[in-house]
Write a protein that binds this ligand. Structure first.
Ligand code: 3SL
Length: 242
């Protein structure tokens, strides 16, 4: 019977043993951006927690074959082509290129579980694709890792974890006791059940949502709150590459 464990931050995520399937979430905005960029046709997404390493590695690629994206504190990093707004990743701009991406929290979360047998990223936009993968492959242990914000809890990651766990629980006809590996899973599902029809409102009152609204990113929030609009499943092919 598959068990879902929810961890609110990378730091709270145990790594020994790794879950059979790790799911990294950063609804605002890294994993929404990753799903959107892959859907728009990037060749792959290569994630870095260190921006200098990103710059060095991406130097090996011709400028017309790469996109360098960096975000710190919500803003685009100087010298990068893009920041972390998913709306920047249009097919015309990115198709066929490799996306080199570094963000404040999302790429750190990816690092934390990079050695899991299966590593996927998810967000509200590709929630159903994630649920479908879990139903098809039935990993025994599933660890959902919220990226949080600088080591603390993020509401938007928790509600997305709940959306995934709830979707899986309903489709597999399981109950809370069968499915939940820890109390956080029950909590996340309850959060989703409470807010599923008002996700944009929830994202807008969340502390990182407030931070992004202060940076004039209201359109990003509206996009990141959309559920099941992308049929794409970012899955790690080699360490750091999705
Ligand atoms: O922390 C992250 O990884 C980012 O997603 C933060 S932001 O939404 O780009 O500000």
């Amino acid at each position: 019977m598959p068990k879902i464990f929810v961890y609110h931050t990378p730091e709270l995520t145990p790594t020994d043993p790794m879950p059979d399937c790790a799911i990294v979430i950063d609804v605002l905005r890294a994993t929404t951006t990753i799903a959107t960029a892959l859907d728009a046709g990037v060749e792959a997404v290569q994630a870095f927690s260190d921006i200098d390493v990103l710059m060095g590695e991406s130097e090996k690629w011709l400028p017309e074959t790469r996109i360098r994206a960096g975000e710190r504190g919500g803003a685009k990093v100087d010298g990068c082509d893009c920041g972390n707004s998913p709306l920047e990743y249009t097919t015309e701009k990115v198709r066929g290129r490799r996306l080199f991406l570094s963000t404040t929290n999302g790429t750190r979360a990816l690092d934390r579980v990079a050695s899991a047998p299966t590593l996927i990223t998810s967000a509200l936009v590709n929630r159903q694709a994630t649920v479908d993968y879990l139903l098809k492959h039935s990993p025994e242990t599933i660890g959902i890792v919220g990226s949080g914000w600088q080591g603390s809890y993020a509401l938007e990651d928790s509600v997305c974890a709940g959306a995934i766990a709830h979707g899986f629980m309903e489709a597999a006809k399981l109950d809370f006791g069968d499915l939940a590996g820890n109390d956080e899973t029950i909590d996340a599902i309850a959060l989703y059940q409470q807010w599923q029809d008002r996700l944009l409102e929830l994202l807008s009152i969340a502390s990182h949502g407030q931070r992004l609204l202060g940076l004039n990113c209201a359109r990003d929030l509206a996009y990141c709150a959309k559920t099941d609009i992308l049929d794409v499943l970012p899955i790690q092919k080699e360490p750091g590459v999705l």
